[in-house]
Design a binder for this molecule. Structure first.
Ligand code: FES
Ligand code: FES
Length: 158
């Protein structure tokens, strides 16, 4: 059975017909062709499928697409552009905070939510907040460096 939903996807209003039991991950990848939203575990453990819903990070593999009706969904494709990267994207590139980059979109979106609520996190704050995002390549130290660099860059004094 299908249901029509209306979502603001990366700043653009979209009307989508989704199966009532489809996950948001399936809809974003298969219908919207947003390949940054990645599936690894499929059970809410790895964070690779993280997107922001109304600014809050969620595991899209566990989130039914109809629940997104009327909400704003942000994937990393909506964060910046090639010419104007988001400060987090810039910091990840400059710090080389990845190896395979499979975890990177989810990491960046979780970090985006953290910096929105806490613009001056400590290293421990960042590590704690990103505990639900796993990196199989073990790039954790550089990821923390990147988030702290982005926080520094975003603070009004800079
Ligand atoms: S694929 Fe969703 S948390 Fe791992
Ligand atoms: S950079 Fe490969 S999983 Fe994180």
């Amino acid at each position: 059975m299908k249901r029509s939903i209306s979502i603001n996807l990366n700043g653009i209003q979209r009307q989508l017909d989704v199966e009532t039991d489809a996950t948001l991950l399936e809809v974003l990848r298969d219908e919207c062709r947003l390949s940054s939203v990645r599936e690894t575990c499929g059970i809410g453990i790895c964070g690779a499928c993280t997107v922001l819903i109304d600014g809050e990070p969620i595991s899209s593999c566990l989130y039914l697409a109809p629940l997104a009706d009327g909400r704003a969904v942000l994937t990393v494709e909506g964060l910046g552009s090639v010419d104007a990267l988001d400060p987090l994207q810039e910091a990840f590139v400059e710090t080389m905070a990845f190896q395979c980059s499979y975890c990177t979109p989810g990491m960046i979106l979780s970090a985006k939510a953290l910096l929105a609520s806490n613009p001056s996190p400590t290293r421990a704050d960042v590590a704690r907040y990103l505990a639900g995002n796993l990196c199989r390549c073990g790039s954790y130290e550089r990821i923390l460096d990147a988030v702290l660099a982005a926080a520094d860059r975003q603070r009004p004094s800079h």
